[in-house]
Design a protein around this ligand. Sequence first.
Ligand code: MN
Length: 314
Amino acid sequence: MSGPLEEVTEVTPGLGISAIEVREGRSAQVGKMGVLRVLPTKRRRTVGPWCFVDLIHPGDILEPPRLEIGPHPHIGLATATWLFRGSALHSDSLGTEQLIRPGELNLMTAGRGIAHAELGVEAPSGIGVGGIMGAQMWLALPETTRHGPSRFDHHGDLPLAELRSGEVRVIAGDFGEARSPARVDHPTVGLDVSFRGEVNVPLKSTFEHGVVPLDHPVKVEDAIVEPGSLALVPAGYEQLRIEERVGAARLLLLGGEPFGVEIKMWWNFVARTFEEITGAWRAWQQHDEDRFAPVPSKLARIEAPTPPWLREAL
Ligand code: MN
């Protein structure tokens, strides 16, 4: 496997739209696991600091493969892992070994460099949220922390807020009085929303947002959005009307202040320049343990392909 992002991706620093737009996700493969890639999307956008969103979606729902992603590196981002079914063991180069179950957040801040592995320990039984086992998301780090130390935080108890016809689990940021304990380095919100009928979700109007339906199509204001697709909502909304037609629906609502800086993404790296990515790629290839210490995992290490901008030179 070559890692999540095979193409070089230059990401614009904000939505750059004035009305709600819907983007279809696309199918991709991470190891043996099928995913629906919601971000990056066409025209390469960040939604606040959110720069990458994969919904883990095994093709064969009756017998889903075990999550098995061997040691691989990251720089310049924080990974947020959010499961709907099954459980997985996270291990990383800080020495962390942490089991994660649905409703818990693993937040790993790469800073200058970290390596980690994920191993499914309990098969996801039955059909999950629309067949989706979980979400793997990245937050781009701002200048203040992207060269800094790496860290890992597990949050087993995230606050729940009530809506008139639903409830909101606050993964990141705050929602009304409810505040997630997760440390974020750029103003951000991440919500897991379950509701019936229609909800009006209050928003911070300085934030831009993305709505990701998980199990059923929903209507976001006047736009129909299918599971695996993304509704992009520009800044300026003080609330968002969301409707469902099948009895109940669940979705992720991600947002934040426009990131403001163009980022470059390739493979497992987020940076500002290709030179920075080349440096991280070389460190991983050369087993530089100062930058990427060993991961306590029996899974095979994932080797990096050659960055496209170096291929012709070789
Ligand atoms: Mn990873």
